[in-house]
Design a protein around this ligand. Structure first.
Ligand code: PMP
Ligand code: GLN
Length: 412
């Protein structure tokens, strides 16, 4: 279906423009409420802004050391210790990157031979697929089980009451993961809390995954950018499970935790040997980025739980506001355990095709969202599912819900 892009190398054909850019462009064009791309409205914490500005004024405007400014590497190591009980040496085991995206890219490019297999969860965050292709590696997807469909909404009841039922959480069947591992598997690239489904893997699941990694001698690369955006249960890094500390590259980012997605400050924590490998590639991707911003993130991490707990509490409220509102509109929705996102099933209100809905919605309803089908190869089982972002001010979420009130009319 896709047209061959001129000049672009064969291994990158078909990637086009990301769904996030596409939906944001539609949101801007139609002045829509953007519940598509995951970025918050608020500014980063004042402590981070002050420290970044002070760093600029103090002359921290040239290249950082390749692995990151020492004060940030120390703050990352302290955070890992304090929050997760993981000990990392800031000199040899912590690498600051240009966002989690660069950390994932540097790691996959460093670890994979051409033809090696990388196992990922599906729905799959788009950057993983692209970087696996850049590395000449082969992606093996393990499909999460989507929520079972629930009641078709009967339309507005005459008293104005009635709402849809919640959707169950998406679910990882570890046997399916086991079945995807073969002789060429090199890396398991795991994302929890998981974008786009909002699922948070529990201790038993992580232990089963750890056992598979040990049995098959795999390296785990974990994308934990939503580590502080957990509303039910808790986030446990895979590196805390038996046998995993030495075989895991633990990746995170300041973007979501401190509402600074534009700062693109991320990090990778791993054994000295794994860190050395990913540093080799990282130095030729960006070398080092955002020196004053690294100081800003260090200050935010050093502020401790007051800032990291705040973001979780804030987004729990936002999740409930959006989920309750969507349910009232007759859209069965997951009350996600984590992340910036919830999944709504639009079939109950008469839209069987989530992608078609998302292309029309900015103009038709003044709201942008992202179809779950953009994250999968076979759209059929998720065709009517749409990802809505919760990471917006209450007033913006309320405005979005008000605009979506038209769904009731369509369904009724
Ligand atoms: N991983 C996941 C799962 C994401 O949702 C995102 C988007 N925020 C990223 C990585 C990118 O993180 P960064 O902006 O720090 O590169
Ligand atoms: N992670 C963000 C999302 O899922 C998007 C980041 C991007 O636009 N590349 O919405």
């Amino acid at each position: 279906m896709s047209v061959r892009a001129p000049y672009l190398a064969a291994r990158l054909q078909g990637f086009g423009t990301t769904i996030f850019s596409e939906m944001t462009a539609l949101a801007v064009a139609h002045d829509a409420v953007n519940l598509g791309q995951g970025f918050p409205d608020e500014n980063p914490p004042q402590a981070a802004l002050d420290a970044a500005k002070a760093a600029m004024d103090a002359g921290h405007n040239q290249y950082a050391p390749g692995p990151g400014v020492p004060v940030l590497r120390q703050a990352i190591a302290d955070h890992q210790q304090r929050v997760h009980g993981l000990t990392f040496d800031p000199d040899d085991e912590v690498t600051v990157t240009f966002g989690a995206t660069e950390a994932v890219a540097a790691t996959i490019l460093a670890l994979c031979e051409v033809g090696d297999e990388v196992v990922v969860l599906e729905p799959t965050y788009d950057a993983y697929t692209a970087v696996i292709a850049m590395a000449g590696a082969v992606e093996r997807r393990v499909a999460l089980t989507p929520p079972a469909p629930v009641d078709v909404w009967a339309g507005p009841d005459p008293d104005g009451g009635g709402s849809a039922s919640e959707l169950d959480a998406w679910h990882l069947d570890v046997d399916r993961l086991a079945a995807a591992i073969g002789p060429r598997t090199r890396v398991l690239l795991l994302n929890s809390p998981h974008n786009p489904t909002g699922t948070v893997l529990d201790a038993a699941t992580l232990d089963a995954i750890a056992a598979l990694c040990v049995e098959h001698d795999l390296i785990a690369v974990t994308d934990e950018v939503y580590e502080h955006l957990v509303y039910d249960g808790e986030h446990l890094p895979l590196a805390t499970r038996a046998g995993m500390r030495e075989r895991t590259v633990t990746i995170s980012s300041a973007g979501k935790t401190f509402s600074c997605t534009g700062w693109k400050t991320g990090w990778a924590c791993a054994s000295p040997a794994l860190s050395s490998a990913l540093r080799t590639t990282k130095q030729f991707l960006s070398f080092a980025g955002g020196t004053p911003l690294q100081h800003g993130v260090a200050a935010a991490l050093e502020a401790g739980p007051s800032l990291t707990d705040r973001v979780g509490a804030l987004h729990r409220q936002r999740r409930d506001l959006l989920v309750d509102g969507l349910l009232e509109l007759g859209v069965p929705t997951t009350r996600s355990a984590g992340t910036y996102f919830v999944t709504g099933d639009l079939s109950a209100v008469g839209f069987d095709d989530g992608e078609a809905f998302c292309r029309q919605a900015p103009e038709a309803f003044g709201v942008a969202a992202v179809p779950v089908s953009a994250f999968v190869r076979d759209a059929a089982p998720v065709r009517s599912l749409v990802r809505f972002a919760i990471c917006k001010d209450d007033a913006v979420l309320a405005d979005g819900l008000e605009r979506l009130a038209g769904l009731r009319t369509v369904a009724g």
